[in-house]
Design a protein around this ligand. Structure first.
Ligand code: PA5
Length: 419
């Protein structure tokens, strides 16, 4: 289960906090009833048949492919990349390459080069099927598949995760006979990691998706009646904002959490940043970034608060080696577990930043494993929905994302756009 703590003294009284948390707890029912609230009950209410099909597709891909190219952008790729990287990467034969998450020609070329002559399959993930970035990449890899295997065999290597009934990708998948998985109508992209959107790639990586769902279910049990600790976090985020702290920095001490941070930024940024409102979500990986961003965190403009994601369990087996000479003065750490040193660094950072005027909140997960990650994902999804409702915005839409697309289509001369 996920724990949340915050030293809120000086920001809000106990009485006011309790009142506000009680109000926020009511939003759990609202999230559940919303047309995009399918994620709330997902851990107990997912499509078991599709789940089994995901596992057998993952086994097939590991049997016939050195690489799986995951084509998707935003909510269609960040979640599974976050989980796979946080858990240390692919464990089986098939390695995952990501494409269609930018319009960089250099990046696309790099993936094609890395692929070389290896056997591969493609998982194209797009609700609409018309998002420019993945659509361009899908064309590229589809052509490579057809050139390598021929039309019929290529179609067997394409796994399309898209709308159940409509859209360009759905129609193509039906026409060409691709294996398909569903982006559910009632779950938005950034809430979709525990659906076919995220689970195929995660299963291909050899990660136990049953345990991931178990972790999410466990956390749902903890939060479903009243939001639990997620409601407290949601309220305190809004208290910070009202006090002028309008930037939240998510801080991790594990470099493998870089994409988890990216997923978190999309979740909160796209859910809350609208109608001129919202906390700007930023992230750091410590202690690495203490040597680049640490100065700002300690002494820069006091508009940010920090949320530390910490791991309760210990990672044993990596110790500081002994040295007869002690030229580096490290003798006092000889034989000590590196993980315990990292935990001390985390405590020191929290204390130093708090003393420097940065309000600190702390989220603790039991360990870095499937269950804990499933729980953490669910915790943040719930906290984000409750926080957005508290802020007074709809957590599940993203009207602002269209503006750049419209202008880009005008400039590119897409039919139907003014140019
Ligand atoms: O969270 C979201 O809704 C977005 O990030 C979408 O997932 C992203 O824009 C990709 O859209 P689509 O799945 O239609 O290609």
């Amino acid at each position: 289960m996920i724990d949340f703590r915050c030293d809120y003294k000086g920001l809000i009284s106990d009485e006011e906090l309790n009142e506000r948390v009680a109000l926020t707890r009511q939003f759990v029912a609202r999230a559940q009833q919303d047309g995009f609230g399918g994620w709330v009950d997902l851990p107990v209410n997912y499509d078991r048949d599709e789940f089994a099909r995901i596992k057998s597709a993952a086994a097939q891909i590991n049997a016939d492919s050195d690489y799986l190219i995951c084509v998707g952008i935003g909510g269609s790729y960040l979640g599974h990349r976050a989980v796979i990287e946080a858990l240390g990467g692919e464990r089986g034969r098939t390695k995952i390459l990501y494409a269609g998450n930018s319009l960089s020609a250099r990046e696309l070329e790099k993936v094609v080069k890395q692929l070389g002559a290896a056997d591969f399959s493609v998982n194209v993930i797009s609700k609409s099927g018309t998002t420019t970035e993945p659509a361009v990449a899908f064309r590229t890899f589809k052509k490579l598949l057809i050139d390598k295997y021929g039309e019929e065999a290529a179609a067997k290597r394409i796994y399309a995760t898209t709308d159940a009934n409509k859209g360009a990708l759905h129609d193509e998948a039906v026409a060409k006979g691709y294996t398909t998985f569903v982006v559910p109508d009632n779950i938005g992209g950034r809430y979709s990691v525990l659906t076919g959107v995220g689970l195929l790639a995660i299963a291909v990586a050899g990660i136990d998706i049953d345990r991931l769902m178990d972790g999410a279910e466990e956390e749902r049990t903890a939060l479903i009646s009243d939001g639990g600790k997620a409601a407290e976090y949601a309220v305190l985020r809004n208290v910070m904002l009202e006090k002028g702290y309008n930037i939240e920095v998510l801080a991790n001490f594990e470099p493998s959490f870089m994409y988890f941070n990216e997923w978190w930024k999309q979740l909160f940024g796209e859910s809350e940043g609208k109608e001129g409102k919202g906390i700007f979500p930023a992230s750091v990986i410590y202690s690495t970034d203490l040597h680049s961003m640490g100065q700002y965190m300690q002494e820069g403009r006091r508009a940010l608060f920090e949320t530390f994601v910490e791991i309760a369990g210990d990672y044993a087996g990596v110790t500081v080696p002994g040295s007869a000479e002690n030229l580096d003065g490290l003798q006092y750490l000889e034989g000590r577990e590196l993980d315990s040193i990292c935990k001390v660094a985390a405590q020191a950072t929290r204390e130093a930043h708090a003393a420097g005027g940065v309000p600190v909140t702390q989220i603790t997960m039991p360990n870095i494993d499937e269950r804990s990650l499933g729980a953490l994902i669910y915790f943040f999804e719930m906290a984000c929905a409750l926080s957005a409702f508290t802020l007074g915005v709809n957590p599940f839409n993203q009207p602002g994302v269209e503006a750049y697309k419209t202008r880009m289509f005008e400039l590119l001369g897409k039919p139907g756009y003014n140019n």
